[in-house]
Design a binder for this molecule. Structure first.
Ligand code: ZN
Length: 70
């Protein structure tokens, strides 16, 4: 599980907005950090978030992360 303190200081590298963490239901060390503003999905592997915008997925590409967009 991603450290909550780490989650608090993490921000979307693109828009500096808040990120929403979604843990993988099968593997607690994995998850996604979602920026609703940019519709980007940053992958978390072994509790290490990959915050590279170029490597982030988009919400549209990721059916599992289909959250409502404001
Ligand atoms: Zn963003």
């Amino acid at each position: 599980m991603l450290d909550k303190k780490l989650l608090e200081i993490l921000a979307c590298p693109k828009c500096k907005g808040e990120l929403e963490y979604q843990a993988d239901s099968q593997d607690a060390d994995r998850g996604k950090l979602i920026c609703r503003r940019c519709k980007l999905v940053y992958l978390v592997e072994r509790d290490i978030p990959n915050m590279v915008v170029e490597q982030a997925g988009t919400l549209k590409d990721d059916a599992a992360a289909s959250v409502q967009v404001f």
